[in-house]
Unconditional design. Structure first.
Length: 204
């Protein structure tokens, strides 16, 4: 199986210890090709945790909604390991098309987050996410900082708004009762998340 490795340090580790435990937990397979992404740093993981807390707070768990920090998403019902992606955060609303197969989601949960690390190109995943009918995809760029929301429209994921430091536009989800606004902060910019019904806010 071909293996593109996008992180130089990870490449060296794989050459030195190809079976090192735990290194592969962020790997993906794109149509039979193993893709090894850059390892997430602490900032990346903090963003995942804080966004996950917000999503956990707004979904209806009693109805059967789910929110989780990362999951395998595939277009295959059973032989899923031949083609899957691993978004950083997922939200599934009860009654929608995605199916929880235990090991993976067959078709896409309703809302996904991708936090971009150096060397990653999120656009390369868009065709797959559109194919599995991702309703909304939130991209968090960190060089330079930007938050952009994409929505599925006529089979394509199209931008519904972008928030940057020069232009901190507030962008609204149609899947979740949330808005997102990038704002200045220290030591890094932060994302102001607001509940559209209650007015509650979180700083991510």
């Amino acid at each position: 199986m071909p293996v593109p490795i996008l992180d130089e340090n990870r490449s060296n580790e794989c050459r030195a210890q190809p079976e090192k435990s735990g290194l592969d937990r962020w790997d993906e397979v794109w149509d039979g090709v193993l893709v090894v992404p850059p390892m997430p740093n602490n900032e990346h993981q903090q963003l995942v945790q804080k966004l996950g807390y917000v999503f956990h707070s707004v979904v209806d768990w009693e109805r059967g909604d789910q929110a989780m920090p990362g999951a395998n998403v595939s277009d295959q019902l059973t032989e899923w390991k031949g083609n899957y992606r691993c978004p950083d955060s997922v939200v599934h609303l009860a009654g929608e098309i995605a199916r929880d197969m235990g090991s993976h989601w067959y078709m896409s949960p309703d809302f996904l987050v991708e936090i971009i690390s150096p060397g990653e190109d999120p656009l390369k995943k868009f065709d797959f996410y559109a194919k599995v009918k991702t309703r909304e995809l939130l991209i968090v760029e960190r060089d330079p900082w930007a938050v952009e929301l994409f929505q599925l429209h006529r089979g394509k994921l199209r931008s519904a708004g972008c928030s940057t430091l020069p232009k901190p536009t507030t962008i609204a989800s149609t899947v979740l009762p949330l808005t997102f606004t990038l704002q200045k902060g220290k030591p890094r910019p932060t994302i102001l998340v607001a509940h559209t019904a209650t007015g509650q806010t979180w700083t991510v």
